[in-house]
Design a protein. Structure first.
Ligand SMILES: Cc1ncc(C[n+]2csc(CCOP(=O)(O)OP(=O)(O)O)c2C)c(N)n1
Ligand SMILES: [Mg+2]
Length: 330
């Protein structure tokens, strides 16, 4: 049932991993403007928290490579890699992150609240909050007899929220075209998974709801692609929801400014040694899927695309102060 991606898809996956990484590097640089030497989160062009997803790119591309614009994706407070892989409008997304009025939500949402109806993508800073709306979207598609499935990305910490269990229960009862993807990066802020979750892998929880559970090791985009392909194909065929837990890792802190003192000595070095981007690049070369020209072009294209996005967003205008309370709950 599951299958490996063709060369075009592999290149698409690699390209979006590189774009995501360069995008977050540029955001990190802009984030630190005005925040040094003393780190003050309120300063600079990007005030507030910033959660980077570097290291977790394989999860986004391995799943989103199977999705179409009309499929719904909800994501988390760590959304950039998923938004990029889902095809969110990057100019409007970057303007949103910089708080500008041409942003996806008029600059009111910031980096944790990106919404792009054109590709059915939304994310939220509330842990576990994307689950029920994604299942609701799946229910709507089923009731209307429309094509399309819904995927909720969450962190492993969110699998301990009530919304996780309630959503999986109803998704199973209603046999929804729904896939829950858990990005297990081992930590919820500073809390290791084992201190918050009674089972080693959350996919075993799928059995409680009578749905299919998958566990993916290795942070490997190709393996994720295969497993997600099977789950998504089942959802499209009316065979019901599934749960995929992917072992991944974040190369950065929980948010920028995190001292990461909770990590065991040597953990960061070990993670960087397993960085999925150079690993995938080598696999593409070994498989004859990419020439050095292809790889150079992908790298250069990502860099110039990101530079253009940041310049664009910085130059955009903020919403007028008198409109600050419009389009928000007060
Ligand atoms: C309902 C809710 N509770 C607590 C928080 C504070 N909070 C933000 S991120 C986070 C940890 C989330 O961990 P996980 O789901 O594993 O995602 P990760 O940050 O590892 O990507 C917490 C507790 C929140 N935003 N929402
Ligand atoms: Mg986590």
């Amino acid at each position: 049932m599951s299958r490996k991606p063709d060369i075009q898809t592999m290149l698409w996956m690699y390209k979006h991993m590189v774009l995501s990484r360069r995008y977050e590097e540029a955001l990190a640089e802009a984030y630190l403007e005005g925040k040094q030497p003393l780190f003050n989160m309120a300063n600079g062009p990007l005030p507030g928290e910033m959660h980077l997803s570097n290291g977790q790119e394989p999860c986004a591309v391995g799943v989103c490579a199977h999705l179409l614009d009309h499929d719904v994706v909800t994501a988390t407070h760590r959304p950039h890699h998923i938004a990029i892989a889902k095809g969110v409008n990057l100019r409007a997304m970057t303007a949103e992150i910089f708080g500008k009025q041409t942003g996806l939500a008029g600059g009111r949402g910031g980096h944790m609240h990106l919404i792009d109806p054109a590709v059915n993508f939304a994310c939220t800073g509330i842990v576990g909050e994307g689950l029920a709306p994604a299942a609701g979207a799946a229910l709507a598609r089923k009731m209307r007899g429309e094509d399309g499935i819904a995927v909720a990305f969450i962190g492993e910490g969110a699998a301990n929220q009530g919304a996780f269990h309630e959503t999986l229960n109803l998704a199973a009862v209603w046999n929804l075209p729904f896939v829950c993807v858990i990005e297990d990066n081992s930590y919820g802020i500073s809390v290791p998974k084992g201190a918050a979750t009674s089972v080693l892998h959350n996919d075993v929880r799928a059995a409680s709801y009578g749905i299919r559970g998958y566990h993916v090791e290795g942070n490997d985009p190709l393996r994720i692609y295969e497993v997600a392909g099977e789950a998504i194909e089942r959802a499209r065929a009316g065979k019901g929801p599934s749960l995929i837990e992917i072992e991944t890792y974040r190369l950065a802190g929980h948010f920028m400014g995190d001292a990461e003192s909770y990590r065991p000595a040597g953990e960061k070095d070990a993670l960087f040694a397993r960085d999925p981007i150079p690993k995938f690049r080598q696999e593409l070369v070994d498989a004859g899927a990419a020439s050095s020209d292809d790889l150079l072009w992908i790298e250069e294209d990502a860099k110039s695309c990101v530079a253009e996005l940041i310049d664009f967003a910085k130059a955009e205008a903020y919403a007028p102060v008198q409109e600050a309370l419009e389009k928000v709950f007060v």
